[in-house]
Design a protein around this ligand. Structure first.
Ligand SMILES: [Fe+2]
Length: 392
């Protein structure tokens, strides 16, 4: 908590907020850990699987995020990936520029820093979300609308649909960097780590469906031919390593679920839907991934699960980690890599709330209102093709 002891007097809203937190949350703001191994190894109708799936769905309803444990995901694959991306983004700018594809609207290849702007800064409903947060829990100020000082690489991880699609999208091949020390290991490393995360998140979509009372493959079939993207970001911590620098401004993701491997530097904050509290994310070492809900999942559940707001900033812990990394690995580039994969539903999928879930969404809103938590205007989710939702 960020209240000054002497001046803090709880208002009704604070009291309501505190009432909605159970004891374990007050002690530690760590997210629930969902075990994918249980789902993969036990019969689907067993009580263990049903319980773990309910836990996954509830974590997404409450926090919009969870930590996923998957034994198939090896720490060393994440390390190999992070090493490669650090080496890549440590190259001179003129080398990186060769991998830009402005003619394809940067949908593949590299996007250099200060290009992506946080949309929230000019988006009324999003600014309203910030206004309704307790001042102590608000994100770093994005109203200056500066572009994010982060670079990104888009590597497509999609299978072409075996049916005729209304959204043919890009047919251009992925970009492989030319530098000798990178090109050989690029595709194998990107595909190895990308496939790990894609398999994990696709299975989690099954657990979520089961936990919500839907057929297990409801979401995974709907995302089988989605335009999934491995989209690591890189922040130069030599240039942008000062405390309170915004590396990625407050926003939600427009895809279905976003999955991340563990970053070498802390700095990711997420907001819990039940309390409006900011949570500094800690992913435990060894076979763990972080998953966040995106807009497509919010849409499909009629707002029962909400797309999770998040930001990446340089905080005290980030600065400490930078100093430690300088001491431990003096020869390595000081770059914060976030290994993000955006998992999408198929572009041709008809997105609309499942009626039973929309009903539950309404109940959750009412319960939140009783606890003094204002969720803002009732959002509407008119039916739309996923491809149009993404374009919009
Ligand atoms: Fe994001």
């Amino acid at each position: 908590m960020h209240f000054e002891e002497a001046t803090y007097k709880p208002t009704d809203r604070h009291r309501a907020r505190i009432l909605t937190m159970d004891a374990s949350q007050q002690q530690s703001m760590n997210l629930p850990v969902i075990d994918l191994d249980v789902y993969l190894n036990k019969p689907r109708d067993s009580p263990e699987v049903q319980q773990e799936c309910a836990k996954a769905a509830n974590a997404l309803i409450t926090y919009g995020a969870l930590v996923l444990h998957d034994s198939r995901v090896a720490d060393k694959d994440n390390d190999t990936f992070l090493d490669l991306l650090e080496d890549y983004f440590a190259q001179p700018e003129e080398e990186l520029r060769k991998d830009e594809r402005p003619e394809l609207s940067y949908q593949i290849g590299v996007t250099l820093e200060n290009t992506e702007k946080p949309k929230c800064a000019v988006d009324e409903p999003c600014l309203d979300v910030i206004k309704r947060l307790d001042p102590s829990q608000r994100p770093l100020d994005i109203t200056g609308h500066q572009p994010d000082p982060k670079c990104r690489f888009f590597w497509r991880m999609a299978d072409p649909p075996p049916y005729e699609t209304q959204f043919p999208g890009l047919n251009a091949p992925n970009v492989t960097p030319a530098a000798e020390h990178i090109k050989e290991r690029w595709a194998p490393t990107m595909n190895q780590w990308g496939t790990c995360m894609k398999n994990a998140v696709s299975k989690l979509s099954e657990m979520t469906a089961v936990g919500l009372g839907l057929p297990a493959e409801y979401f995974s079939d709907a995302g089988r031919y989605g335009p999934h993207l491995l989209a690591p970001t890189a922040s130069d911590l030599v240039k942008y390593g000062q405390k309170d620098t915004i590396l990625a401004g407050f926003h939600t993701d427009l895809n279905f679920l976003t999955i991340h491997g563990r970053s070498r530097y802390p700095g990711l904050n997420i907001w819990a839907r039940n309390t409006g509290d900011r949570i500094a994310v800690k992913i435990p070492p060894g076979n763990h991934l972080l998953v966040q809900a995106g807009k497509q999942l919010e849409y499909a559940t009629g707002g029962l699960i909400k797309a999770g707001f998040h930001e990446v900033t340089v905080n005290e812990k980030t600065v400490e980690t930078i100093e430690k990394r300088k001491r431990d690995c003096p020869d390595r580039p000081l770059v914060r890599i976030s290994s993000t994969l955006f998992w999408h539903l198929n572009s041709d999928f008809d997105l609309a709330p499942v009626p039973a879930l929309a009903e539950r969404a309404q109940q959750v809103r009412t319960e939140q209102a009783k606890l003094g938590r204002d969720e803002g205007a009732v959002p509407s989710y008119p039916p739309v093709k996923v491809g149009h939702q993404v374009e919009g």
